[in-house]
Design a protein around this ligand. Structure first.
Ligand SMILES: [Fe+2]
Length: 140
């Protein structure tokens, strides 16, 4: 399932890149995602490999969930129907990714503990997004 997800993500990257080129633009440099950097400070370092895996899966699930929300907003608000439909398809994929990461976190961690970590992560996230401003980013 992770291989399929990786392939899908790279397919999306290719589609986005082609759209950038079609507009006569070039792919910009990688930019640090302040939201992701801040988010990944929440769970303590160390612990068992399984615990670290669960934490990474929860970070990934939340990042995908927020991407899904942003793509939904873009797909609903854009007047460019082709671009709106493209974002809608990305939204559907991101919803699948978000639920897949959460499913794996619950598979490898203990259900109640994972759900408590998820709830705590959401509460922490609420505190960091309020500090991130309104830049043109997908997250934050
Ligand atoms: Fe994704």
């Amino acid at each position: 399932e992770m291989i399929a997800l990786s392939r899908e993500e790279m397919g999306h990257f290719k589609m986005v890149h082609e759209r950038i080129l079609a507009r006569g633009k070039t792919l910009g440099r990688y930019r640090k995602d302040e939201y992701v950097i801040a988010l990944q400070k929440f769970f303590p370092k160390g612990g068992s490999r399984t615990e670290q895996l669960v934490h990474r899966l929860l970070y990934a699930a939340l990042i995908e969930a927020r991407s899904c929300e942003r793509f939904r907003l873009l797909s609903e608000q854009l007047k460019d129907r082709d671009l709106a439909e493209f974002y809608r398809s990305l939204m559907v994929s991101e919803a699948g990714h978000y639920t897949l990461f959460l499913k794996f976190a619950r598979k490898y961690g203990q259900r109640e503990a994972v759900d408590a970590k998820w709830k705590a992560l959401l509460e922490y996230e609420a505190t960091i997004v309020s500090d991130l401003g309104k830049k043109e980013t997908i997250h934050g």
